[in-house]
Design a protein around this ligand. Structure first.
Ligand SMILES: *Cc1c(COP(=O)(O)O)cnc(C)c1O
Length: 383
């Protein structure tokens, strides 16, 4: 009998999530409401802060977009980010009206290299947008020092980094804004969903207004039992609010975040040991005094060393019934950015090399021992 296909990034959904979604549907209040507010409080507590600093939205892309507007970015302002990220990071900069500038990664950590950031600063630089790749924290000491020296805003893309910590501080709370994702493959899922952390409470007020059509604060209350409240449109906002149906899932996902983190750490360590003698490049171990979120386990398949091309390796894994991912083909490999900004991948050689050789193996807390062994056997079977 053939074993079922292991879907890459399949989330672990419990009975509690299902029951809470049903209860939400039956409650008659399925849009933004009390469960979203409870999810903001729970997430704030997890991050060691209060809900006055959190705004739930419907994606991390939305979170990044309105965080940058709230940061006061204007046309012509430059935002420095990494070429090894999901396209949403760069698209959000463009949608906010700013200009993305790429700074190459450190090939060991795969995170943006602070020395590369320093070399890309111009008089028009207004913000830094580090991405904690795979859940490994960026070098935030150096990044914050650059930001302070040049008076820059810092917006962290924490799509991989819900559990990440660096030198005793939680990812997303270093700079002015932190943006989180609850997309189906992420460490906490709500289907689609995101969260904005803002250090400044006033900024969260602006984010909430931007996320709901630009309507004055907490406009969702207008249909509650407190009586109808008139709202005023105070700017041209977006439709980025999270629904209670999504928060219903998130509340129970968040309650299990540490449990799932431990399971992914276990799988990550199993892979590290199982592949030690293979010609693949394994991820660096987490650095001291940091906490890795273990969002992705990525290996590099270098054709010279491995005797197989990355894309052929992807095909073999798929044929063995194992879903794999690529995080990511570097941003300047895509035609849109090449056309719009004249970028060529060779200008960011570290990100280009990683992007052309990287493979992500399944790392969901949903994987059982049999799944993990099948994945290990499939990878070892290739060599
Ligand atoms: C997933 C992801 C995003 C976008 O998150 P959504 O919630 O799907 O909008 C942004 N940045 C990175 C690095 C991601 O991995």
């Amino acid at each position: 009998m053939t074993k079922p296909f292991i879907v890459f990034g399949a989330p672990l959904i419990g009975r509690e999530e299902i029951d809470e979604v049903v209860a939400t549907l039956e409650s008659g209040w399925i849009g933004t409401g009390p469960r979203v507010a409870a999810f903001e409080r729970a997430f704030a507590e997890y991050k060691g802060t209060s809900s006055e600093h959190m705004a739930a939205v419907n994606s991390c892309t939305a979170a990044l977009h309105i965080a940058m507007i709230a940061a006061g970015l204007e046309p012509g302002d430059e935002v420095i980010t990494t070429p090894l990220t999901f396209c949403a990071t760069v698209n959000a900069i463009i949608h906010a009206g700013a200009t993305p500038v790429l700074a190459d990664i450190d090939p060991a950590t795969m995170n943006i290299d602070p020395r590369e950031i320093a070399s890309r600063i111009t008089p028009r630089t207004r913000a830094l947008l580090p991405v904690h790749f795979a859940g490994r924290p960026c070098a935030m000491d150096a990044i914050m020092a650059i930001a302070e020296r040049h008076g820059l805003k810092v917006i962290e893309d924490c799509a991989h980094a819900i559990e990440t910590e660096y030198h005793g501080c939680k990812a997303g709370t270093f700079g002015h804004f932190g943006c989180f994702s609850f997309y189906v493959t992420k460490n906490v899922v709500t289907g689609e969903g995101g969260m904005v952390y803002a250090r400044n409470e006033g900024d969260i007020g602006r984010v909430k207004i931007l996320a709901l059509h630009g309507m004055s604060k907490d406009a969702w209350h207008r249909f509650s039992d407190k009586g109808y409240k008139h709202y005023q449109v105070v700017e041209c906002g977006f439709k980025y609010n999270m629904m209670d149906i999504q928060a219903a899932i998130g509340l129970h996902q968040l309650a299990r975040v540490e449990h799932n983190w431990l399971r992914r750490q276990e799988i990550w360590n199993r892979y590290q040991e199982a592949f030690f003698d293979l010609p693949v490049t394994r991820p660096a171990d987490p650095e001291p005094d940091t906490r890795h979120a273990y969002h992705l386990y990525t290996i590099l398949i270098d054709k010279e060393r491995c005797g197989i091309a990355r894309d052929d390796f992807l095909d073999l894994m798929t044929r063995a019934g194992i879903g794999v991912g690529v995080h990511y083909l570097s941003i300047p490999e895509h035609p849109y950015y090449q056309k719009r900004f004249g970028w060529q991948a060779e200008a960011w050689p570290n990100a280009m090399r990683v992007g052309r050789s990287t493979v992500s193996l399944p790392l969901s807390a949903r994987l059982n021992e049999d799944d993990v062994q099948r994945i290990i056997d499939a990878v070892r079977g290739v060599f």
